[in-house]
Design a protein around this ligand. Structure first.
Ligand code: MN
Length: 143
């Protein structure tokens, strides 16, 4: 019996991925203090993230719906809509609830931390924060 070996045609290689740097992850910083805003956005940009700012809770919600950031760093003491209320709205919205939120507060009061965590934030940082603490916390959600 002759066995005819059939040659399968060569499979073309997968096309090479498009060249270029990977897209930077977008972090929204919600902060009403201009100095803290600059410190945080500069720190994030230097470390390869795309940082964008919102100065109050309402702006944060509008921006989150429009731009879908990969992560939100949320100050708690904000004019108008507080950070706690903004987190509650974010975490009740099916389109936004999966965006991780790191809350930032200047107080170490246990009741405030409990209220902030109860609003649904994914992590909590106390001011004054350390550069390494901020970067490590951000990286935990994005890297
Ligand atoms: Mn504030």
């Amino acid at each position: 019996i002759d066995i005819v070996k059939q040659k399968t045609p060569p499979v073309p290689p997968d096309p090479a991925p498009a060249p270029g740097p990977p897209a930077r992850r977008q972090v929204m910083v919600v902060e009403d203090n201009a100095l803290n805003m600059k410190l945080l956005t500069d720190l994030l940009e230097v470390h390869g993230y795309r940082a964008v700012g919102a100065v109050n809770g309402r702006e944060a919600l509008a921006y989150a719906r429009l731009q879908r950031p990969d992560l939100i760093v949320m100050d708690i003491r904000l004019p108008g809509l507080s950070g706690i209320d903004a987190i509650r709205v974010l975490k009740a919205d099916p389109d936004l609830m999966t965006i991780p939120v790191i809350a930032v507060s200047a107080t170490r009061r246990a009741e405030e931390e409990a209220a902030v965590r109860g609003a649904g934030c994914d992590d909590f940082l106390v001011k004054p924060f350390s550069v390494q603490g901020v970067l490590a916390t951000v990286a935990r959600f994005l890297d």
